[in-house]
Unconditional design. Sequence first.
Length: 202
Amino acid sequence: MNASEGLRRLHQLINKDEDLKRSIEKARSQELPKAQQNNKENAPPKKTVSDVPQTNGAKVDTEAVYNECEELKKKGNESFKEKNYAAAIKTFYEAQAKIEESLKQSISSESRSNLEKLYVQILSNTAMCCFNLNEIEKTIENCEKALILVPTHQKCLYRKALCKQKIGNNSNSDTKLSELDRKKKQLELYQEARQILEQVLA
């Protein structure tokens, strides 16, 4: 390698990080419109009023729903005690769906209050199972649903805080990893530049 070639290569190394940055930005600018267009094309059609099922004034047997969901809660709790968290979650979600459907209907304030209390208990239990399976997003989702009805719910507040802490720790780990990768790359560039200088000055 002659001096001019060596210096040219050295100059390329010095500017390599900046070139890489520009290349990435250019690629992103080209891909973003495509991704946005694909999202629009693949987006499901918006629901209209005619798409929503109508009850035709049918009366909801809230007592039967409550009793059924109470049994489902007990069944889910048994699965939880056996550490079969996936089965417990499935049972709890079944109960959630039944209560949610009932709460959409026109029911008495007393029935609504009773169903909401049971709903919050089931949401809290679901969050606990999800947390034990390290399903962080689902844990937060169930906690937030419960906190809408009972903003001071201690267990849900606590679990949500633990999840946020986990997310924060993972982000810090990713940042540290990226920093190590960056330093490794800089070291490789420095070593190559040093070899070129040695050849040029030899």
